[in-house]
Design a protein around this ligand. Structure first.
Ligand code: OTU
Length: 625
């Protein structure tokens, strides 16, 4: 029967080369029929579905055939939970800001090794749109590197070097939209019907308005609305982000197939982790916000199965900046082959940590940790303090901290330096003054007060700023998952000081925290009295302790220990170890509910007193003696 599982298996087998057949068929037997039924659920109603599915399976087989030996070895050797080790540490950087192109990154590998990095996220390096490109998030060719950064050969060389240094490369897979100069968009504009169907092209203005009624806005100031009028199409194109980022139409099976095979071809170039950019937006449904739709999860489950079939050592990471109750779904479930992403950004924790810092209230983080459900194993949060985007406050508005009130307006003003007593030097992101808080931009060090303390020559404030930075990274390193360092934070690099910003950089305040790495500044990282030296040593110490402490392993359990004082955050890891963080600028006497007097602080090696106390913005990682 056409489309029967036997026939699909034969098709797949027939397209495989001898050297891969038995291994690939065993994988197919484990999950092929579920893949087929998922895809049937998504696209079964489409014209010539069976033929489409057969072609897709043959395309997947083609990628299996071409997978380089070295990567096939990884596929076979890596245990399913390979990324869940205590020495897994992530680092994120723009290629051109961290080094001079992809080749330049090779030269920086020793620096990454010094930190203990095992996972390097390089922000988009595929061919970007000519002109403005949203920092590379408007991709015009997924199969080619951007010529300003290097060649595909340079990329393959880089992945090989990284692999031999024990570092996995993570790349963005910008799957929600292409640039408006991608060949599909160009073809659509010149009248190609099939390519037009790759996008959401709406001819009827009333329909556009009906969608807009329930949609949000990601860039309300620089890109208001969700549709862009395109003259050549005589229609509106769905553009969730900038007008030059055209949302792909994932209800079209040809989009699914093209993107899935693109992912596999990139995996064959040595990319080991894919950051699935803006993944919540993939499916549109009238009358909704068009995020987190059930079909998005179905697509993720299908992609996960395809990866398991053709490149099982590869990881998927959800970039889903959504509210706390929508976020865990991106891991999927362990039941019925329902897995989705291996990793997801713990964005709620990130935003909560900053709010806690501004308000000097550790209980805000405690509440988020208490509510976060366990992640299916293997699976891990990516715990971060900053990234190349803004700190979005919206995720906290939606019930993450429902048991307490968090004044997000005040928090966001605080980080712009607009509240009395604020030490922060950030900028608002897309905030409409009278309406609502959106996000905050700025490097960690500037938000933590290093810039203002340095300008004022205030040594006491400088000390507190360093503590704040380390405190937030301490939280990220203590929470189960993989900690992520954003480029420059390890040496307290400040905000960008561009003397000649482009119009894009002026308009979009995220460029404030996308500075060039200052290698001269970083060179002082071994000077123990410099701020960069203090921060680097503090981070290194925590990274080492984390690596050597089984209780801090990614899969070791966590629970919140109630603290009498709202300033404190206390978490138990692995049943015994207790990590205490003081978010206030005053010293605190420990109460009897936290019975850690006489325990050993593994960060300093010292025994804490009985009764114990904790200094301003200090942390203690305690084990019983
Ligand atoms: C991502 O972020 C990228 O990280 C951004 O740098 C891009 O501009 C954007 O996609 C478009 O490619 O809105 O403020 O969860 O919050 O995907 C950042 C959805 C963003 C969004 C997130 C997006």
């Amino acid at each position: 029967m056409k489309g029967s599982s036997g026939e699909l298996r034969n098709l797949f087998a027939g397209a495989l080369e001898d050297h891969v057949r038995s291994v690939a068929l065993a994988r197919f037997d484990a999950s092929g029929s579920r893949l087929a039924s998922r895809l049937r659920g998504l696209y079964g109603h489409c014209r010539e579905f069976d033929g489409w599915l057969g072609d897709l399976l043959q395309g997947i087989a083609g990628c299996v055939n071409l997978r380089p030996d070295e990567l096939r070895d990884l596929d076979e050797q890596r245990p399913a939970d390979w990324f869940m080790s205590s020495d897994m540490l992530a680092y994120s950087a723009y290629v051109d800001r961290f080094a001079s192109g992809l080749k330049g990154v090779v030269e920086k590998i020793p620096y990454l090794c010094e930190l203990g990095v095992g996972y390097l996220h390089l922000l988009p390096f595929h061919r970007a749109r000519a002109g403005e490109s949203d920092g590379g998030f408007a991709v015009s060719d997924y199969e080619e590197t951007d010529p300003t950064l290097g060649t595909t050969g340079d990329l393959e060389l880089l992945t090989a070097h990284l692999r031999s240094a024990g570092i996995s490369l993570c790349a963005d897979f910008v799957l929600n939209h292409t640039a408006d100069d991608h060949r599909w968009a160009v073809a659509a504009r010149s009248g190609d019907r099939l390519r037009r169907e790759f996008y959401h092209v709406l001819e009827d203005r009333a329909e556009v308005e009906r969608y807009e009624e329930s949609l949000g806005e990601v860039f309300p100031q620089t890109a208001p609305g969700n549709f862009t009028r395109v003259g050549e199409l005589d229609a509106w194109v769905w553009t969730t982000f900038y007008p030059y980022q055209w949302d792909l139409n994932w209800s079209n099976p040809d989009v699914f197939a093209a993107m899935a095979l693109t992912l596999l071809r990139n995996a064959n170039r040595g990319i080991e982790v894919f950051r699935l950019d803006s993944v919540p937006f993939l499916w549109k449904r009238i009358g909704t916000r068009c995020v987190n739709q059930p079909e998005v999860h179905e697509i993720l489950r299908a992609l996960r199965t395809i990866v398991a079939l053709a490149a099982p050592s590869v990881l998927l990471k959800a970039e889903a900046i959504v509210a706390a109750d929508e976020l865990p779904a991106y891991f999927g479930t362990a039941a019925d082959d329902g897995r989705e992403c291996h990793l997801a950004y713990h964005n709620v924790l990130m935003a909560a940590s900053w709010a806690a810092l501004a308000l000097q209230r550790g209980d805000i983080v405690a509440e988020v940790v208490r509510k976060a459900p366990a992640v299916p194993n293997p699976g891990a949060w990516l715990n971060y303090v900053r990234c190349h985007d803004d700190i979005g406050w919206g995720v906290l508005a939606a019930g993450a901290t429902s048991r307490m009130s968090v004044d997000l307006d005040r928090v966001s003003r605080f980080f712009c330096g607009d509240e009395p007593g604020s030490y922060a030097r950030g900028r608002a992101f897309q905030t409409e003054p009278a309406h609502r808080v959106h996000g905050t931009c700025g490097m960690t060090s500037a938000l933590a007060g290093l810039e203002s303390a340095t300008v004022a020559g205030d040594r006491q404030q400088l000390e507190l700023a360093i503590r704040r930075l380390l405190l937030l990274y301490g939280v990220a390193l203590c929470i189960p998952g993989i900690p992520l360092i954003y480029m420059g934070d390890e040496v307290a690099l400040g905000n960008s000081t561009l003397t000649d910003p482009s119009p894009e950089q002026t308009r979009d305040s995220r460029w404030l925290h996308r500075p060039r790495m200052d290698w001269q500044w970083a060179a002082a990282r071994h000077d123990p009295v410099s701020p960069q030296g203090r921060v680097f040593a503090g981070l290194q110490r925590m990274i080492t302790v984390r690596r050597e402490t089984p209780a801090l392993a990614p899969s070791s359990p966590i629970d919140v220990v109630p603290a009498a004082r709202p300033e404190l955050l206390a978490m138990r890891r692995g049943g015994t170890m207790v990590c205490v963080f003081n978010f206030s600028e005053g010293a605190i006497e420990g109460g009897p509910e936290l019975d850690v007097g006489g325990w050993k602080d593994v960060l300093t090696g010292r025994i804490v007193g009985k009764p114990w106390s904790i200094g301003p913005l200090e942390m203690r990682w305690l084990v019983p003696r």
